[in-house]
Design a protein around this ligand. Structure first.
Ligand code: HEC
Ligand code: HEC
Ligand code: HEC
Ligand code: HEC
Ligand code: HEC
Length: 161
C-alpha cells in the first residue's frame, strides 16, 4: 500500500517536472528540426542573425517556400504554410524562450557565439527535436554561474536595461 502510493507520487512528480521543463508549445505548423537538420541544413541557415545580432531570429515563411513552393507542396501542413504567405502573413510561431518584459533583460546571441558558446549549451540537442521545446532553463542564476566560470561580466548593466 505504502509502496504503491509512493510509486504514484513519484510518477506524478516525474510527470510534472518533465512537463514544466519541456513546456511544449502548440505550434501552427508541424515543423520538424530533426527532419530539416538531417537534410544538411545548419542552425544559422535559418536563425541567420545569431552570429551577428542580439536576436537569433525565426526565418520568414518566404524562406521556407524557397523549397516548399515545389517540395511536398500537396501536403496539408505545406498548404497551410502557403496560405499564410498568400495572405502576406508570417507563420504565427509561439515563442519558446524569453523573459518577462518587466525583468528588462538584454540578451545577446552574437556575444556568446564570438565566445564560442554552442547553441546546444543553451538550447539542448535541437538536432533531435521536432518543433522547439524548452530543453534548458535560463534564469539569472544560470546566466551568472557561467559568467563567473568564464570570467564574463557580472555587472547588472551587462544583462539589464
Ligand atoms: C548563452 C546561451 C545561448 C546560446 C549560446 C544560444 N542561445 Fe538562443 N537564446 C538564448 C536565450 C536566453 C534566448 C531568449 C532571449 C530573449 O528572449 O531575450 C534565446 C532565444 C533564441 C531564439 C528565439 C528567437 C530569437 O530571435 O532570439 C532562437 C531561434 C535561438 N535562441 C536560437 C539559437 C541558435 C541557433 C543558437 C546557436 C547558433 C543559439 N540560440 C545560441 C540563449 C542562448
Ligand atoms: C532546403 C529546403 C527546405 C527548406 C528551406 C525547408 N524545408 Fe521543409 N522540408 C524539406 C524536405 C526535403 C522535406 C521532406 C519532404 C518529404 O518528406 O516529402 C520537408 C518537410 C517539411 C514538412 C513536412 C511535410 C509533410 O507533411 O510531409 C513541413 C511541415 C516542413 N517541411 C516545414 C518547413 C518550414 C516551416 C520551413 C521554414 C522554416 C521549411 N520547411 C524549410 C525541405 C525544406
Ligand atoms: C529550416 C529552418 C531551421 C533550421 C535549420 C533550424 N531551425 Fe530552429 N526554428 C525554426 C523555426 C521555423 C522555429 C519556430 C518553430 C519552433 O519553435 O519550433 C524554430 C525555433 C527554434 C528555437 C525556439 C525559439 C523560441 O524561443 O521560440 C530554438 C531554440 C531553435 N529553433 C534552435 C535551433 C538550433 C540550435 C538549430 C540547429 C541545430 C536550429 N534551430 C535549426 C527553423 C529552423
Ligand atoms: C555557458 C556560458 C554562458 C551562459 C549560460 C550565459 N553567458 Fe552571457 N556570456 C558568456 C561569455 C563567455 C560571454 C563573452 C564575454 C566576453 O566577450 O568577454 C558572455 C557575454 C554576454 C553578454 C555581452 C556582454 C558584452 O560584451 O556586451 C551579455 C549581454 C550576456 N552574456 C548576457 C547573458 C544572459 C542574460 C544570460 C542568461 C540568459 C547569459 N549571458 C548566459 C557566457 C555565458
Ligand atoms: C549575466 C546576466 C545577469 C546579470 C549580470 C544580472 N542579471 Fe538580473 N536577471 C537576469 C535574468 C536572465 C533575469 C530574468 C530571470 C527570469 O526571468 O527568471 C534577471 C532577473 C532579475 C530581477 C527580477 C526582475 C523581475 O521583475 O522578474 C532583478 C530584480 C534583477 N535581475 C536584478 C539584478 C541586479 C540588481 C543585478 C546586479 C547585481 C543583476 N540582476 C545582474 C540576468 C542577469
Amino acid at each position: 500500500m505504502t509502496a504503491s502510493v509512493l510509486r504514484v507520487v513519484a510518477f506524478s512528480f516525474a510527470f510534472t517536472t518533465l512537463a514544466a521543463l519541456a513546456q511544449a508549445q502548440q505550434q501552427p505548423i508541424a515543423y520538424s528540426h530533426k527532419k530539416h537538420i538531417a537534410l544538411g541544413l545548419q542552425c544559422l541557415d535559418c536563425h541567420s542573425m545569431a552570429d551577428i545580432g542580439p536576436a537569433a531570429t525565426i526565418p520568414s515563411v518566404t524562406k521556407c517556400l524557397l523549397c516548399h513552393q515545389m517540395i511536398a507542396a500537396d501536403k496539408p501542413e505545406i498548404k497551410k504554410m502557403a496560405d499564410y504567405a498568400a495572405k502576406g502573413h508570417e507563420i504565427p510561431w509561439q515563442r519558446v524562450y524569453g523573459f518577462e518584459p518587466q525583468a528588462l533583460v538584454k540578451f545577446n546571441h552574437a556575444a556568446h557565439l564570438r565566445a564560442k558558446v554552442q547553441c546546444a549549451t543553451c538550447h539542448g540537442d535541437m538536432t533531435q527535436a521536432e518543433t522547439a521545446q524548452k530543453l534548458v532553463n535560463h534564469n539569472m542564476g544560470t546566466c551568472l554561474t557561467c559568467h563567473r566560470q568564464k570570467g564574463a561580466s557580472q555587472d547588472c548593466a551587462t544583462c539589464h536595461y
